[in-house]
Structure formats: C-alpha cells, structure tokens
Write a protein that binds this ligand. Sequence first.
Ligand code: MG
Length: 159
Amino acid sequence: MIRIGIGYDAHQLKVGERLIIGGVQISSDVGSVGHSDGDALSHAIVDALLGAAGLGDIGKYFPSHDNTWKGAQSRLFLIDAIARITEKGYKINNVDTTIILQAPKIEKHIPEIKKVLSKIMSLDETNINIKATTTDGLGIIGEGLGWASMSIVSLIRIT
Ligand code: MG
C-alpha cells in the first residue's frame, strides 16, 4: 500500500540572513527569516512526510514558540520526521519537490541539494527530485520578499 503526503512552506527573505535550501547554504544577497534556519524546502518535505503517515504537521512537533528550536538546523526536523514514519512502519518511496524563488537562480545548486538531502534522509538520490521555478516576477515571491517550497512524498509500508 502506498500513502501520499503533501507539504508547503514559505518564509520571508531579508538582507543579513542566511539562505539555506535543503540543508545547503546558498550564496545570496538575501536570506530566509525563520525561527529555525528558515529552510522552507526541508520544512515542506517534513510536512509531506508527516502528512503521508497521518502524523499531523511540523508545528505539532516543533512549534515556533518553543525556544528549543530557535536557530535549529532543519535537518534535525527531517531526521525526526523520518524516525516517526519509520516507527509507524513506513519507508520513503520517493520525494518530489519544487522550490519557488525569484533570485538567486537555484538550478546550479540542485545536484548538491539533492546529495545533501540524500545523506540526511538516508534515501537514494534516484528517489529524490528537486525542481526550481520563479513566479516570473509576479507577487511577493516575484518581488523577492519571500520564497516557498512544495513537496510531495510517497511512503510504502515495511512492517
Ligand atoms: Mg517553515
């Protein structure tokens, strides 16, 4: 049996912040504002994982009012979500994602992001897909005020 989950996340972009995407720091004039490291890609994947397993959402386990997670690396959230789905008897079949960011262009960073996510998630790179798009200058993302990510995950039962 296959289970599917989706995830979406968005963060503001501001000068003086770091831009971390899928655990990779990207050279950029602006960075992501967040309680943690603001990695919207990892957060979207966490929500998709939890959703597929029927485990709620990221805010349930890592609330932004909890100072424990202030400045936390989002890889911790991914590792935690995978432990939760494993405990429920599932393993990841595949992960697909879309990064929505006007600038900088992300295409050249995709191989590294994939490699890093593969390591964090102990998942073969062939089961991870990362896409990047802009909004063609439209809206708050187009104006560079924020960025977002979407993810969809399929899980298979192993126990
Ligand atoms: Mg987030």
